[in-house]
Design a protein around this ligand. Structure first.
Ligand code: BG6
Length: 515
């Protein structure tokens, strides 16, 4: 692997401690860091190298998925770390940094390949990128890469402006935009599962699929992020990025031996084929919700507008559900339902594929007990795949009985999203990063929703904390003859549409008992 200097802006921040240092450490344990590797931590706080290393050591103790029993391993890892105070606005600080970096690279005899990781607010991206260029930090005779995290802008216009300004210092192939959902192991497997299994390939289209449901339910509320979250809502925080990335990853059709370029081009194609919304039809296809007080895992919780830092009059969305259509050869006529929300009943990110039943005969009494075939990808917190089939009920031969075939990853200690992504960025593999084209198309699709929300053209439905969102989200599917599948508890009296066949209830409970 190429020698690399990892230049980390925001080295004393939360993301660095929780995710970046543990990811680097686990890559180190697995021998996946370059031989010649240095980390330059940067921040406003006045730390020396020793204190910085002690802080990193502490972060590993608190957040690393693996610990090392051997203190010498940690010491060897920490030897790569040094710290510089840097004022983001001062070009002179970047010039000083360049001198330190050059000394270190010379001492290691290492090529000047530099990865700039911006673990800071997006309002600083532009200044940092400009100063990297102006100071000569980005002009060495090796490669340079920029790693940034969402939010990439606040809407289509601001995203374009941000991209334009970054592109003065970095070319598109040098920019690695992290969407941590693309680092989740099951999301990374979607592509290969489809490519390497003819049985899935054969089913992957409107011929056999009735609808697709993509959910990211969270039990947490706004936490300590009121200032951020109240301005973005679920639509910007989760939908524009993570949810649309899941859609693209699921709906691509890839050739054998596809390259990262194939993946990008075909993801882009999917997004181009998603039928655009207009501000007038947002209300028919998008449900906006906000949680009220309720109970989460047995504990009472307050409603959104009673959360610290949130105004009582806030109309921010903490839940969004949408129906999308992809107008291409494979997916024409298949609705994709996407939802995400805070303070939901369970923490689960999953994709449910519901298959068509061409032989369904509603006139037969027992046909009602027959459930659709489902293929379920559990993405997190547990990883798994389930296939729901129908079989005979041994005690009541007139009835069908659903059977779930479960695969659950028993692998403990799988690499975290950040490990996968930082490892890929170090290798220069852009497959699981968001290309600008995808980001721009996603903002383009979402823009009418932002406008309709801002103009209050879409009702804001309250939903009880601990539920699966407002009943309007059930109606979105019910009007097409479908319902959300695989929610953990199917019977919920407050949501009449959820009163469904107890058979599936039993099956789902069995499924969850295995978890
Ligand atoms: C982040 C959002 O991008 O993703 C958070 O900003 C959200 O609001 C988080 O909680 C969810 O990630 P995960 O991996 O827990 O599903």
């Amino acid at each position: 692997m190429d020698a690399t200097t990892f230049v980390l802006f925001g080295a004393t921040g939360d993301l660095a401690k929780r995710k970046i240092y543990p990811a680097l450490f686990n890559l180190f344990i697995d021998g996946k860091l370059p031989q010649a590797f240095s980390v330059f931590g940067l921040g406003r706080r006045d730390l020396n190298d020793e204190t910085f290393r002690a802080n990193v050591r502490q972060a590993l103790r608190s957040f690393s998925r693996r610990e090392s029993n051997d203190p010498e391993t940690v010491n060897r890892f920490l030897r790569a770390f040094s710290y510089s105070v840097l004022n983001i606005d001062h070009e002179a600080d970047y010039v000083k940094l360049l001198q330190r970096i050059e000394q270190r690279e010379a001492a290691l005899g290492a090529a000047p390949n530099r990865m700039f990781y911006l673990s800071v607010g997006p309002e600083f991206f532009e200044t940092i990128a400009d100063n990297i260029k102006a100071s000569g930090l980005g002009a060495a005779n090796g490669w340079k890469r920029l790693v940034i995290e969402k939010p990439f802008g606040h809407d289509l216009q601001s995203a374009r402006e941000l991209n334009e300004s970054l592109s003065k210092s970095f070319e598109e192939h040098e920019v690695f935009r992290i969407d941590h959902y693309l680092g989740k192991p099951m999301v990374q497997k979607l592509e290969i599962l489809q490519q390497a299994n003819p049985v899935l390939q054969a089913l992957w289209s409107n011929r056999h699929i009735a609808n697709v449901q993509i959910s990211a339910n969270e039990t947490v509320g706004v936490e300590e992020r009121a200032g951020y979250y109240d301005h973005v809502g679920a639509v910007r925080d989760m939908f524009q990025n993570h949810m649309l990335q899941l859609l693209m990853m699921l709906a691509i059709h890839l050739p054998n031996n596809s390259t990262s370029d194939d993946v990008r081009l075909r993801k882009k194609k999917v997004m181009e084929d998603v039928v655009p919304l207009t501000i007038e039809n947002v209300a028919a296809q998008v449900i906006r919700g906000q949680y009220t007080e309720g109970t989460i895992q047995g504990k009472p919780v307050v409603g959104y507008t009673s959360e610290p830092g949130i105004a009582a009059s806030s109309t921010n969305d903490t839940f969004i559900a949408a129906k999308l259509e992809i107008d291409n050869y494979f997916w024409r006529g298949v609705p994709f339902y996407i939802r995400t929300g805070k303070r939901m009943k369970e923490k689960s990110t999953r994709i449910v594929i519901e298959f068509k039943d061409p032989l369904k005969q509603p006139s037969l009494a027992n046909d009602e007990s027959k459930l659709p075939n489902l293929l379920v990808f559990e993405i997190s917190p547990n990883e798994g795949i389930t296939l729901q089939l129908n079989t005979r009920d041994l005690h009541n031969k007139d009835e069908f009985k659903p059977m779930n075939i479960n695969f659950h990853s028993s692998e403990q200690d799988v690499p975290e999203a950040y490990e996968n992504l930082i490892g890929d960025a170090l290798n220069g593999d852009p497959t699981f990063f968001a290309h600008w084209d995808e980001v721009e198309l996603a903002w383009k699709w979402v823009q009418p929703i932002l406008d309709a929300f801002a103009d209050n053209l879409v009702p804001l439905y309250p939903y009880e904390a601990g539920s699966y969102g407002p009943s309007a989200s059930d109606e979105l599917l019910a009007q097409d003859g479908f319902r959300w599948r695989f929610d953990s508890e199917p019977e919920q009296p407050s949501r009449p549409k959820q009163q469904i066949e107890t058979k599936e209830g039993a099956a789902n409970y069995a499924y969850h008992a295995i978890h």
